[in-house]
Write a protein that binds this ligand. Structure first.
Ligand SMILES: Nc1nc2c(c(=O)[nH]1)N[C@@H](CN(C=O)c1ccc(C(=O)N[C@@H](CCC(=O)O)C(=O)O)cc1)CN2
Length: 300
């Protein structure tokens, strides 16, 4: 079997198109423009790239973008004061603090200081609790993107066996909750799971979010399974020349694509959906803040 490639880049462009159409309608009919504030502390090169993309795409869909770039040694109370200001700014419907934060800042404290209604990352403890109890919440962007692609591919996920490899708060745990919400039978596995290959082999859906380059080979994948690769790992690529690198996922792509029914590539799979879902969440937060109907198909 040769797997169908799930094109996350095209999927994300479509989601951004839908968000843009909703934003245009909001402006025309309600005179409301959604606003997203992104806070970057320090100069981590990858974070700078992601924050730039977020700002660019926010403007492209017609929203207001507010970027706050703080020095790497910014004191915690200065960051908390900025978040408080954004929490109380009616033009700001979504707030995102780019992670990772410099070591001297308490990530949990910072995230939990964001107004849960504006927490478009879905990382605030209130949103985690709401999602875990099946209530309306803000849903973390990467798992939301994975869910959208899975729903599109399968139609209904009901009754399917899903294995999530990885137990992070940002991807693994919320992904498992979302799959459970769609009536999958869910296993959360990780690097210490006993008989991990057999656990993965039992799955109709495999979500790999373990952060280890090419850890899941094709012979762990059930024939015809759907494989969603969340990993983005940069590895050496001497074949491209001295000092060159390339991106790989947590799944060994070539061997997995030979047995899977469908698979997301890296790059161009889950990654682009993260920013598309951030924009969708900002639109959702804006609609909720104004007592308007939420956009269909753009939430969990
Ligand atoms: N506050 C947050 N911080 C971080 C998040 C997050 O969701 N919220 N996620 C990641 C980084 N991230 C967005 O912030 C992100 C990562 C990857 C991509 C992406 O499109 N990747 C491309 C490859 C890019 C490359 O060439 O390096 C792909 O997979 O095709 C978008 C956003 C950590 N921090």
């Amino acid at each position: 079997m040769v797997a169908q490639v799930i094109d996350g880049k095209a999927f994300a462009a479509n989601v951004r198109g839908q968000v843009g159409a909703h934003v245009a309608k909001l402006k025309e009919e309600q005179g409301i423009t959604p606003g997203l504030a992104v806070v970057l502390v320090g100069e981590d090169p990858a974070s700078q790239v992601y924050v730039r993309s977020k700002g660019k795409m926010t403007v492209e869909v017609g929203m207001n973008s507010y970027e706050h770039k703080l020095d790497v040694d910014t004191a915690e109370d200065v960051l908390l004061a900025l978040i408080d200001k954004l929490n109380n700014d009616p033009a700001v419907h979504g707030i995102l603090v780019q992670l990772p934060l410099p070591k001297h800042l308490n990530e949990d404290l910072v995230i939990n200081s964001i107004d849960p209604a504006k927490d478009v990352d879905g990382f605030h403890i209130s949103n985690v609790g709401l999602l875990g109890t099946g209530q309306k919440s803000m849903v973390p962007c990467t798992p939301l993107g994975c869910l959208m692609m899975l729903r599109d591919h399968h139609g209904s996920l009901s009754g399917l066996n899903a294995v999530v490899v990885g137990r992070s708060n940002i991807v693994g745990k919320p992904m498992a909750q979302l799959l459970l919400g769609d009536s999958c039978t869910v296993t959360i596995a990780h690097s210490r799971t006993k008989d991990l290959p057999d656990v993965v082999r039992a799955a109709d859906i495999v979500v790999a979010a373990v952060g280890r380059p090419e850890m899941l080979p094709g012979d762990w994948i059930k024939e015809g399974a759907t494989v969603i690769d969340v990993g983005i790992n940069r590895i050496d690529a001497p074949e491209k020349g001295e000092g060159k690198t390339r991106l790989v996922g947590d799944v060994h792509y070539e061997s997995a694509a030979a047995v899977a029914g469908a698979i997301t590539p890296v790059p161009g799979g889950v990654g682009p959906m993260t920013i598309a879902c951030l924009l969708a969440n900002t639109l959702t937060a804006c609609c909720r803040a104004n007592g308007l109907a939420e956009p269909e198909g753009l939430t969990a």
